[in-house]
Design a binder for this molecule. Sequence first.
Ligand code: ADP
Length: 753
Amino acid sequence: MGADPLSGPGFDPAACDRIPIQIPGLIQPHGALLVLRPDDLVVVQASANTRRWLGAEPDAVLGRAVDDLFGTEVADRLRATVARERLDAGPRFALTLVPPTGGAPLDVTVHTSDGLLVLELEATGRSDPGAGDPYTLVRDAVARLQSSASVRGFCQTVAVEVRRLTGFDRVMVYRFAADASGWVLAEDRRPDAASYLDKHFPAGDVPKPARDLMARNWLRLVPDVGYEPVPLVPVDNPVTGRPLDMSFCLLRHSSRMCTTYLKNMGTACQMTMPLLRDGALWGLVSCHHAEPRFVPFAVRAACEVFAQVASLQVAAAEDREAYGTRIDLTAARERLLAGLDRADDPAAWLLDNAPALAAHLPADGSAVCTGHTIVLHGRTPTEAEARALGAWLGAAHPDRVFASDCLSAAYPPATGFVERAAGLLAVEFGPELAASVLWFRREEVETVAWAGDPRKPVETGPLGEYLSPRRSFERWLETVRGKCRPWSPAEVEATNMLRAAVLDRVRTRTDQAERVRSELAASRKELDAFVYVASHDLKEPVRGIHGYAHYLIEQAGAKLDTEERRRLDGLVRLTDRMEGLIESLLHFSRVGQLDLTLAAADLSGVAAEALDVVAPRIAEAGAEVVIGPLPTLRCDRRWVREVLVNLITNGLKYNDQPHKRVEIGYTVPTAEGDPPVLFVRDNGIGIPERHREAVFQMFKRLHGRTDYGGGTGAGLAIVRKIVDRHGGRIWAESVPGAGSTFYFTLATEKCPK
Ligand code: ADP
């Protein structure tokens, strides 16, 4: 098991994630390793370099107890550590030992693996003048790890403090993404050291087994990447019959992939510490030095404490940042929505506020779509592409927020505009508000910087091309192509809240309008009922007066003088007129009260029926009435016929042309969903502009009582009521002297033919 599993022919890059790097059977040469039986502390396995550190070859060490090798005092202190400390979660400092054969003092750590004790002995390094007092240093560093508002600020503090503690040339803090790629969020370095700030590292640069080990070890040091690995003797542990599990060994050999990679980066020494959040690997503190250097155990212990404290603060830093983002997004949303409260039409408001909506989220572009209108902002797909995307969204993900950092995976046509918009966050407002807002993010590949020069010629070493920066970069490109920076949970949440807030306001407004409408309808109905009762009750006395007047004329006609007779005739006329008015009122109130019988009606047929009704008048006037093509609409044909009869009659009545002409037709709606507009046009006397609304009022006439054939002035009021009852609208246009056109619509939806 002495061979490096990554070297040799037939190297398979994909196998990197499966390599058992915890059992290399090799150590780094900056210390010695002894494996002891726990009961008698007899050495059963030793690193091949014991001569250098302990002054004796492995053969002279194997099979001997610690008491025998280093004296009873050392053995007793070791036993005390074993009895006192928890040793299965990593090495614990046991003692400092001066080898019996002389040489530098050694720091001894101990931990358990496979039920055996693992002793690791390293030079104390106490003569290192730069080390300082690590406990004072770490105490101050922790104090400075203050609450920074942003995650990046927090990482920067970590980088600065670790560099202050250790004196490395460069300290970087990485953040691991969900796909395990790394991003250098912060860096502190010697001014002349190369910068890796903001660079991205492919996931393959730190394979999964390495990440797993990182999450379990608070610190890892490779003092000299150019080292010659030292094998364990014997290779397999004689007690277990297996290679030693070295997951927690400080001296564990680093894979060649790792050391080659570091060499490629111009680094001779590396020390790493994980940043964990909720026990999972969140980031990494990576320290580099251009020259080989040893970091004494005491300084490493201080760094470990610091990494543990920093890990505890990661969650707080992220939460603080997310909280800050939420506050900003909430403030932006409130500002935006204040305008909506004042707007008449929410859809138009969305379009008018396209720039503010675009700024609502950190995105590269946005689109606001309502009905047929689309407003693009920033870097987006083309209008046609955005329309197609909007249609797909409405069908596939209606009524909700949709977020994707790789749109083409869900919507293949997006590959066509991937450089402009690789990711989408969209909100569909659903049936209450036919609109959607889309935010786009560009493909990440464009913004990426890689910690190596991808144009650098491929270096082929003993491990093949795979480990060179260029290959690694290409592999990473494959994994990020078509993807954008992911939408954060805070951003998705903010969009959900925007949607809820807009819809809430739209619903409140609809509810209010609905309430006003139904209150109005109720009071109209009441008024109609009152008018009906009142006019009905009025009818009888008027009839009575009319009857008495007639009776008087008949009975006393001869005795009456001319003036008396004229007055009585006037009374009869007035009561006739009064009856006419009451009849009109009764009819008007009936139109308001009776239920409509709605059904699809071919309006050409309805117009023909109306023509039959007015046929005698047409004939009398020698007029021409033309009926153009008319649509089929859902309506109460009886009432619509009455509308047409009234309008045609007026067109003939208020007309002093020798050749009277009335035309009935309709205009095709220009926009989908708009109702067709029907019209009745005449070449009559016209209506002055100031009266064009007034003519629809009850009993409003523009002429003398008997002019133009007389009338009660109720016709157009009844017509308007019928149109209202259908949910339509009526209005008049006119050129005085040349004619009038009455336009009206019925229900908003058009009937299928
Ligand atoms: P009436 O015909 O009984 O007077 P209407 O309500 O039908 O009552 O019409 C109200 C008034 O509007 C009419 O008196 C007339 O002055 C005017 N008017 C209606 N239709 C026309 C028209 N086609 N051309 C000109 N004036 C019109």
